[in-house]
Design a protein around this ligand. Structure first.
Ligand code: PPS
Length: 285
């Protein structure tokens, strides 16, 4: 452990809930099966929102599952001690989540037909969301200020490493037919059409009433009240109360937080690191 993190292959992870042994085994040996659905995101990009949507699609809009089982049990995290164990015990088509960068991901994914959904989000909003998360979490070191967190984020000195490297790595998979690339912004702008696209990708046919239920029950307001999904049940060992994963749930909150100088510094690095991607790929540009 260095600097409040558990370092694995050059990437910082939280010290609570992670171990080098599991990370090593998960990355090298975990077997992803053709029937699995894998949700991949950089932290704070809308992972839990998408898990809620996927669970509701799976149950055709029925809310029993999302109201009775904690969200991290419904879609365990491949790389955490608990999640890895759960997934190995689980039979049949599995739903799983991961924030792992591309180069550390279990290699079995690349030869499987598993459906992969990658969600991206405006990195400035990811930064602000990550700042609030990190000030309340006991999982890793706490920033003294937003400016300090800004510096850590730009250097990739935050959990799961650099946003820029994460997106570059995963976007190399975007043309595969078993990969669906979505953004937090399009989900916000047109949730119905985006959910329809997800259903089509997963080969799920939902009636208009079932789709209405998916939309309603995955909405920010409803999810915020669901204690199985809002992280209200996370023990105080991990988090400073009152913490909810459903913090603000909007696009562009960075404008309320970053100074002009910070935004300009961000844009300069962004332009250097994101060179070469086609125009129109990122809804926040
Ligand atoms: S984590 O900790 O990395 O798993 O966080 P993650 O779930 O990826 O991202 C958390 C942000 O997603 C927002 N969120 C939502 N937005 C809209 N609608 C719904 N239903 C929803 N659920 C979660 C959440 O509020 C976090 O963003 P911020 O900007 O902090 O509000």
């Amino acid at each position: 452990m260095t600097d409040g993190y558990l370092w694995f292959e050059g990437i910082p992870f939280s010290v609570l809930g992670f171990s080098s042994e599991v990370l090593k085994e998960a990355c090298a040996q975990f077997v992803i099966k053709d029937e699995d659905t894998v949700l991949v995101t950089y932290p704070k990009s809308g992972t839990n929102w998408m898990i809620e949507i996927l669970c509701l699609i799976h149950s055709h809009g029925d809310t029993k599952w999302i109201r009775s089982v904690p969200i991290w049990e419904r879609s365990p995290w491949i790389e955490t001690d608990v999640g890895y164990k759960r997934l190995n015990e689980r039979e049949g088509p599995r739903l799983m989540s991961s924030h792992l960068p591309f180069h550390l991901f279990p290699k079995s994914l690349f030869t499987s037909k598993a459906k992969v959904i990658y969600i991206m989000r405006n990195p400035k909003d990811v930064l602000v969301s990550g700042y609030y998360h990190q000030t309340m979490t006991k999982l890793c070191k706490q920033p003294e200020s937003l400016e300090q967190y800004f510096q850590w984020f730009m250097q990739g000195n935050v959990s799961y490493g650099s946003w820029f490297e994460h997106i570059r790595g995963w976007l190399s998979m975007r043309d595969r037919e078993n990969v669906l690339l979505l953004s937090y912004e399009e989900l916000q702008k047109d949730p119905r059409s985006t959910i329809e696209r997800i259903c089509q990708f997963l080969g799920k046919k939902l009636s208009p009433e079932e789709l209405d239920s998916v939309l309603k029950n995955s909405s920010f307001q409803v999810m915020k009240l669901n204690k199985m999904s809002n992280y209200e049940m996370v023990p105080e060992t991990f988090i400073t109360k009152p913490f909810l994963i459903t913090r603000k749930g909007i696009c562009g909150d960075w404008k309320n937080h970053l100074t002009v100088a910070q935004a300009e510094a961000f844009d300069k690095v962004y332009q250097e690191k994101m060179l070469g991607f086609p125009k129109g790929l990122f809804p926040w540009e």
